[in-house]
Design a protein around this ligand. Structure first.
Ligand SMILES: *Cc1c(COP(=O)(O)O)cnc(C)c1O
Length: 862
């Protein structure tokens, strides 16, 4: 008989053990090995049965065992120590507080919105890279003391679990989660203690309700909205059923709940905790973009602002991060669908969902050239005064991709910066490294991620033996998973004797694990199957390959790629050297990053925005063998791994794949394998270990999530907080000023003209450095001189008279004449060769983040 419903009942802890409560519900245990050890001590066998899940552990352990532990002085002492350690972690001033104590002006609070969060496998609320990144962001924020609140949805069945059919096809399962069995508590009203119930208006006068779960990630609360409650109509209960399941209609409801409901959840949380409202809102990808329109509504109905002033206030305080370099990867909705959900207040154009706003103005925020489309990334850029991509290369690709929103500007001037992603070391570095680090460097490495590079001071033999230990652990895990997968595929134990010979702890181990969209090219390694087979089976210097990854359930192309790998790995002669492990998730990923010697990544450049798996491998002394895409483009230094040469210009995809696959095989055969198998005294591969050392030293400090969160804090959150204060002060005077200014500039701009430019000072044959004097006459169309910046732009003249290698020189106002306002500049000619210049006028206002912000520019006509 099957259960109709299930729920989880937590055990009653003996008084002496009550500290196990907070130690199990605060997810800090997931990156604190000593706390994990304490749970293991309760019942080692059960601990592995419940897959290292403290809440399940406490639910399933026998009361007798708990009573026994309550009497165990040794256990009690360790429990007290760890409980005190957690308290200290939660309360002691950390980097952020220390900065503030030094007088550094930082944001008083940040709300960080994401559609997925991968904090730990016990809370499977993520599908892949984006979610894990968000999880690492929260953890690093916690370690640094950044006052951040995470906001997202709680999915009833998270992302799917993957298994294989007998013939190697991906099968999907959606186990449903029971919030009571997860490390969550309900957000309640401070006075009554009743659960907070959020309301979001739906078309036809209906209401979508949601409760709010709180996951505690160290110092950082993560608010997760859940629509699966009896108060909702049956179809609305399903809004938070699955991550990335369902159609456009389903998805827009999820995004409305995450964005609009999310802001309401933040307000309920700060009210309940007696905290100030966050100064800064960070959209991790465009999915949560509706948070901006909700904040505009708050300002219209609460502070009495008009739409444009409210927009100015919201923009100042908003940071938008884009994660995809492919236009097809961007979230877009039919404009009519947006109209359906936001309209319907009776008045032609009034929004029922957001009273005080008009639907046309909302749709305008996500406008594309094609007015029938609503683009969430465009909305992110229009709602966020600060925006960034997630690696240097991706920043530059994004500036090109969104150049259309800044017509008249060079891509290089598009105001989108970059913060390169990072990974949370205590989560992803093996315990063996953390212990070594604590000994060799000191606790600050583990606590504050400082001094990572000093791991390189460890003796070569010790570095190598750590690598060997981790590889051996991976081999055991591979065998366990291969067996489980074959049992699921219908094999019997009797047929699986060979599995104990799968993989060899002495053999060079290459890992390739990632989602399976086409651009990641899962099957590139199979381009020349015989060449791969020869490498796998080489008697002297073999390689073994572990592959994993999920395909989107609707993507049969991706599933066919998986099947191709599985079929190859099933062949009897190679099955001990190549495996496909189903159900790639955090619990598997960890073993792969720890144990693989080489981390392989071969995306089609530049389609990988950043990539983080290679960073996690590097933190464990894994060497990257990767196309120079995403993070690797900026961090490869010639010694810390290998760059697979790209055939960037080759448009024939088949030929490009051939070229790049061959380059990868060549590198493996000629450089990777010889270095690994070339052994010195004591069997240590000296040149290999040198590369491991250099990887830890050069990449260690750069790939950390703490570096990433510091970058966001200093370069984005703090400026956004200052900008926000400036527009809020004096009853939003600044916001009104900006709105008024924008309106004036928009109206006047067609009349802004550079009418004449005169130059003087250059001799007949100028040399570099010669003084050039420029004088421009500009009509301002009714604007004041203070409303604009006038610039001379010099550069090399390229094809089609386009200026490249630009140098910008500000011009100063030198009076008014009949022809117009006079602006002058004198500058040494900065370049040689064919040099040219032009003059341009940009709007300028001190409350804007830059002169390109309004995407307006006037140049000489003709
Ligand atoms: C790190 C990680 C990813 C993202 O890796 P990419 O390099 O961005 O592909 C995906 N899934 C899991 C489980 C991870 O740990």
């Amino acid at each position: 008989m099957k259960a109709l419903r299930r729920f989880t009942v937590r055990a009653h802890l003996p008084e002496r053990l009550s500290a196990l409560g907070p130690l199990s519900t605060n997810l800090r245990w997931s990156w604190h090995p000593q706390t994990q050890d304490l749970f293991a001590r309760i019942d080692p066998q059960l601990w592995s049965q419940v897959r290292q899940d403290p809440i399940r552990m406490l639910g399933e352990v026998s009361p007798a065992r708990l009573d026994e532990l309550a009497e165990d002085a040794d256990f009690g002492a360790e429990l007290d120590r760890l409980a005190a350690d957690l308290d200290d972690y939660l309360q002691r001033p950390r980097w952020y507080q220390n900065q503030q104590a030094k007088g550094v002006d930082l944001a008083s609070g940040i709300a960080y919105f994401s559609m997925e969060f991968g904090v730990s496998e016990v809370l499977p609320n993520y599908s892949g890279g984006l979610g894990i990144l968000a999880g690492d962001h929260l953890k690093a924020a916690s370690d640094l003391g950044v006052p951040l609140i995470g906001v997202g949805l709680l999915y009833r069945s998270g992302y799917f679990r993957q298994s294989l059919t007998a013939d190697g096809w991906q099968a999907e399962h959606y186990p449903s989660l029971d919030p009571q069995g997860l490390p969550l508590r309900l957000l309640t009203e401070s006075g009554s203690g009743a659960p907070v119930l959020l309301h979001v208006a739906m078309p036809g006068g209906r209401v979508l309700r949601a409760r709010v779960w709180i996951a505690q990630v160290g110092r950082v609360p993560l608010l997760l909205l859940d629509s699966d409650i009896a108060e909702n109509d049956p179809d609305l209960r399903g809004v938070t059923d699955r991550l990335y399941g369902g159609d456009q209609d389903h998805r827009i409801k999820q995004e409305i709940l995450a964005g609009i409901g999310g802001v309401r959840a933040v307000r309920a949380y700060t009210r309940s905790e007696g905290l100030a409202d966050p100064e800064v809102f960070h959209m991790n990808e465009g999915h949560a973009g509706f948070l901006g329109v909700e904040r505009i509504r708050e300002l219209i109905t609460g502070a009495g602002l008009d739409f444009e002033s409210a927009l100015a206030a919201v923009r100042a305080a908003t940071v938008f991060t884009t994660h995809t370099p492919v236009p097809a990867g961007i979230d877009r909705f039919p404009a009519d669908l947006v109209r359906h959900y936001f309209g319907g207040a009776g008045g032609e154009n009034a929004s029922a969902l957001l009273p005080g706003l008009t639907v046309d103005r909302i749709i305008e925020l996500g406008r594309e050239n094609d007015p029938s489309v609503f683009n969430m990334a465009h909305m992110g850029l229009r709602l966020g005064q600060r925006a960034n991509g997630v690696s240097k290369l991706h920043g530059s690709v994004s500036r090109e991709m969104f150049n259309g929103l800044w017509p008249g500007f060079d891509a290089a001037e598009v105001p989108i910066g970059s913060v390169t992603n990072g990974v949370h070391a205590p989560t992803w570095a093996a315990r063996e490294w953390m212990d070594l680090a604590r000994r060799a460097v000191g606790p600050e490495l583990v606590e504050e991620a400082r001094g990572w590079e000093r791991l390189s001071e460890i003796a070569p033999a010790e570095l190598w033996s750590t690598r060997n230990t981790l590889r051996a652990q991976l081999v055991a895990e591979v065998r366990r998973r291969v067996r489980a997968s074959w049992l699921e595929r219908g094999a019997t134990d009797a047929e699986l004797g060979w599995v104990s010979g799968v993989f060899d702890p002495e053999v060079l181990t290459v890992g390739f694990a990632r989602r399976v969209p086409t651009y990641k090219r899962l099957t590139l390694m199979l381009r020349d199957p015989e060449r791969l087979r020869a490498m796998l089976l080489d008697p002297e210097r073999p390689v073994q390959l572990v592959v994993a990854g999920k395909s989107h359930p609707a993507d049969d192309g991706g599933k066919a790629l998986i099947q191709q790998v599985v079929r190859f790995a099933d062949e009897h002669d190679v099955r001990h050297r190549i495996v496909f492990l189903p159900d790639y998730d955090m619990s598997m990923a960890r073993f792969l990053y720890w144990g693989c010697d080489v981390w392989l990544n071969n995306p089609l450049r530049p389609l990988e925005a950043c990539g983080t798996s290679g960073m996690k491998s590097a933190l464990n002394g894994g060497l990257n063998l990767s196309i120079r895409d995403g993070w690797w483009d900026e961090m490869f230094d010639g010694e810390n791994g290998w760059a697979i040469p790209t055939a960037d210009g080759v448009s024939d995809e088949v030929r490009r794949d051939d070229l790049e696959a061959n380059a990868m095989y060549d590198l493996l055969e000629q450089s990777v394998l010889p270095k690994f198998y070339d052994r010195g005294p004591g069997g240590v591969p000296v040149r290999w270990v040198e590369m491991v050392r250099h990887t830890l030293q050069s990449l260690g400090p750069k790939v950390l999530a703490s570096r990433m969160v510091r970058d966001y804090t200093v370069d984005y959150y703090a400026p956004a907080a200052r900008a926000s204060r400036a527009v809020i002060a004096d009853g939003y005077a600044g916001a009104r000023q900006v709105a008024h200014y924008r309106e004036r500039v928009d109206t006047a701009w067609p009349g802004v003209q550079v009418v004449q430019v005169d130059s003087a000072g250059l001799p007949d044959t100028p040399v570099i450095g010669a003084e050039l004097s420029l004088r421009a006459y500009v009509r301002l169309g009714g604007l004041d001189v203070a409303d604009v910046t006038v610039q001379a732009v010099l550069g090399r003249v390229g094809a089609d008279e386009e200026l490249v290698d630009l140098v910008t020189v500000p011009m100063t106002h030198a009076g008014s004449e009949d022809l117009g306002e006079v602006f002058v500049a004198t500058t040494p000619v900065p370049l040689s060769g064919a040099v040219g210049y032009t003059i341009r006028v940009l709007p300028h206002h001190e409350l804007l983040a830059g002169d390109a912000e309004l995407a307006l520019v006037a140049e000489p006509v003709g």
